[in-house]
Design a protein around this ligand. Structure first.
Ligand code: ATP
Ligand code: MG
Length: 346
């Protein structure tokens, strides 16, 4: 019976050791004597160890925060969420009392931290973009209330200002909502869509704005397109945003060409302009939210830098992707690949 119990204990120890070996988190076990009893391989990847078992936790890791956390845990306290910077990474240290000693667990939270920073930047940017039109609307309303209402010409000007900024605000909120819906993972429903008709409609709507900007817009749809299962609204939004950009960033006299064609059982939508172009160092970033090559110019054009982020998200939510080719001064080509839908998949 004694033997059996010993064998069972050994098996249990083996199992524990295997678990520790495979853990993603770094683990450091401190015995009742205050010395390191064992460590796991993950810990050595996260925090190069200066000494092995037998050393104090501080000596082993070279970090006095670790020594402190171990001492507090050994005294019966649970230490949670201590942050450690190590070799460009951020570790979260948790220490708990265990059998007179302590167990210390190290989580690598570098990616999480980065995601939080992106989110914080996003909130700051969004708030800033929302503040600008709100301030303009308030100022115009106050001026009207302060007497400008009596002056018909001034009144017309200020109400036009209010309208313009309110529209901008509405669009911004719309884009932010669309982005957050997409980020929540809401995949658009897939229905049969007459993609050629959608492209023709958007092009028809854009004709007037292009004419007013002194630009030529040409839309071409290839023959024999495969049936497409996708989302009509998404396709509209993608093309509208690409055309908005082509119009905003192409000087008068320029040309913009849209082409819809078949590609790998799905669709390829291409928008080519003869505009100002995008330098290579910006090409990778224009799909980020709020990123603008020239913020002053984009703001003057009414842009906030959300359009391409939306295009990218929409294309990806439909299983596709978007790419840009561009040369400064020569123009840009945006290509969106959209797979045919679940039925079309091999
Ligand atoms: N066709 C293009 N030619 C040149 N630059 C472009 C073109 N399309 C986009 N860009 C650059 O990429 C940036 C990001 O485009 P995006 O559509 O995301 O934002 P925006 O047009 O500034 O604002 P929004 O679309 O939210 O109104 C633009 O500010 C512009 O600098
Ligand atoms: Mg845009």
């Amino acid at each position: 019976a004694h033997r059996e119990r010993e064998a069972a204990l050994a098996a249990e120890r083996d199992r524990l050791a295997r678990v520790l070996d495979r853990m993603v988190e770094g683990v450091l076990v401190v015995g009742a004597d205050g010395r390191v009893a064992r460590t796991n391989p993950a810990l050595e990847r996260l925090l190069p160890l200066a000494a092995g078992p037998g050393a104090t936790p501080g000596e082993a890791t070279g970090r006095h925060e670790v020594q402190l956390a171990a001492a507090r845990a050994a005294a019966g306290e649970t230490v949670e969420g201590e942050r450690l910077a190590a070799g460009g990474r951020t570790l979260l240290l948790t220490a708990a009392p265990a059998a007179g000693g302590a167990v210390l667990v190290f989580h690598d939270v570098t990616e999480l931290q980065h995601a939080l920073e992106v989110r914080r930047d996003f909130v700051a940017n969004a708030s800033h973009e929302l503040k600008t039109p709100v301030a303009a609307i308030l100022a115009a309303a106050e001026t009207l209330a302060g007497g400008a209402l009596e002056d018909r010409a001034a009144a017309a000007r200020f109400t036009a200002t209010i309208e313009r900024h309110a529209r901008r605000l509405a669009r911004l909120v719309e884009e932010l909502l669309a982005l957050s819906r997409l980020e929540a993972g809401a995949a658009p429903e897939r229905r049969p869509v007459a993609a050629a008709a959608v492209v023709a409609e958007v092009c028809a709507l854009m004709e007037a704005p292009f004419r007013e900007a002194g630009l030529t817009l040409r839309c071409e749809v290839a023959e024999g397109l495969p049936p497409w299962r996708g989302d009509r609204r998404s396709l509209e939004t993608i093309l509208t945003n690409l055309l908005d950009n082509a119009r905003a960033y192409t000087p008068e006299g320029g040309e913009v060409a849209v082409r819809l064609e078949a590609a790998d059982g799905g669709l390829r939508l291409r928008v080519r302009d003869t505009g100002i172009g995008i330098a290579p160092e910006h090409q990778g970033r224009i799909f980020e939210r709020f990123y603008r090559v020239d913020p002053a110019r984009s703001r003057a054009a009414g842009g906030t830098g959300l359009g391409l982020a939306l295009v990218k998200h929409l294309a990806e939510s439909l299983g596709g992707r978007v790419a840009v080719e561009s040369a400064v001064g020569a123009g840009s080509t945006f290509t969106v690949e959209l797979p045919g839908g679940p039925e079309a998949a091999p």
